[in-house]
Design a protein around this ligand. Structure first.
Ligand SMILES: Nc1ncnc2c1ncn2[C@@H]1O[C@H](COP(=O)(O)OP(=O)(O)OP(=O)(O)O)[C@@H](O)[C@H]1O
Length: 239
């Protein structure tokens, strides 16, 4: 079974804008798949469909073998997600946000503390554990969102520009966490504006342009194919 299986996906916004225009792609279990594209290309729209937040206008979508529209709760419980918008409770502390997520995912209570402590440490959040989300800087909030995504050891991580706004040291930690997650059998779907990031992390990367999937390639091979390289460079605003 593929982790993500999408065929002929169309998504229109009210007013007639076609944000996704016939997207088909398959992400195998155990793969790290990257999505590049300029601002407005449709990356977040695609991620919102995969993570159950938006309904497709047309097409077929399966996430971990389930329909995200009809089985939204089951899909959400099995995913780790870093969306572009804040998905934390601003009134609660970092630790409480993470504990609540363990409960939502249905983990046994005895697992909450060790998991929360592990991810507070991995992302250097221990000193902020008792701060409320509203007191945190933007980058620190992003780190909490990443901790929340990894926390429950999901089978699939869906990350919308996971390292945007992070300092270089934290970015390296996140890259390591993603690589280790995959080494443990997990699947990752991520969007990025950073060619360096997808070259380091991804097995395959697609370029999205005006809602259409243009090139799917192995980032390591990008520089050996001029057409693919040109599409990738345009997707990060370099072409
Ligand atoms: N709620 C909405 N209503 C109407 N149009 C929308 C809405 N959300 C997004 N769009 C439009 O859909 C298109 C795709 O937007 P989307 O956010 O998916 O792009 P993106 O590739 O994630 O961009 P970025 O890199 O800036 O995050 C854009 O033209 C955008 O203006």
């Amino acid at each position: 079974m593929a982790a993500i299986d999408i065929e002929g996906l169309v998504r229109d916004y009210p007013g007639g804008l076609r944000a996704l225009d016939g997207v088909s792609l398959t992400v195998a279990e155990g793969e790290i798949f990257g999505l590049l594209g300029v601002n407005g290309a449709g990356k977040s729209t695609l991620i919102k469909v995969i993570t159950t937040l938006l309904r497709p206008t047309a097409g077929r979508v399966r996430v971990l073998g389930r329909d995200p529209r009809r089985e939204a709760v089951a899909v959400k419980r099995r995913l780790g997600v870093v969306p572009q918008e804040n998905n934390l409770d601003n009134e609660l502390t970092v630790r409480r946000n993470l504990e609540f997520h363990c409960r939502y995912a249905g983990l046994p209570r005895r697992d909450f503390a060790p998991r929360v402590e592990r991810w507070l440490e991995t992302l250097e959040l221990a000193a902020k554990a008792d701060a409320r989300i509203m007191q945190l800087s933007g980058g620190t909030r992003r780190k909490v969102m990443l901790a929340k995504a990894f926390l429950t050891a999901p089978r699939l991580l869906v990350l919308d520009e996971p390292t945007s706004g992070l300092d270089p040291a934290v970015r390296t930690r996140v890259w390591r966490a993603i690589t280790e997650f995959r080494a443990g059998g997990g699947t990752v779907f991520l969007s990025s504006h950073d060619l360096d990031e997808v070259e380091r992390l991804c097995d395959r990367t697609a370029v999205l342009h005006d809602g259409r999937l243009q090139e799917v390639a192995r980032p390591a091979g990008v520089r050996t194919d001029r057409v693919v390289e040109a599409a990738f460079r345009r997707a990060v605003g370099e072409g």
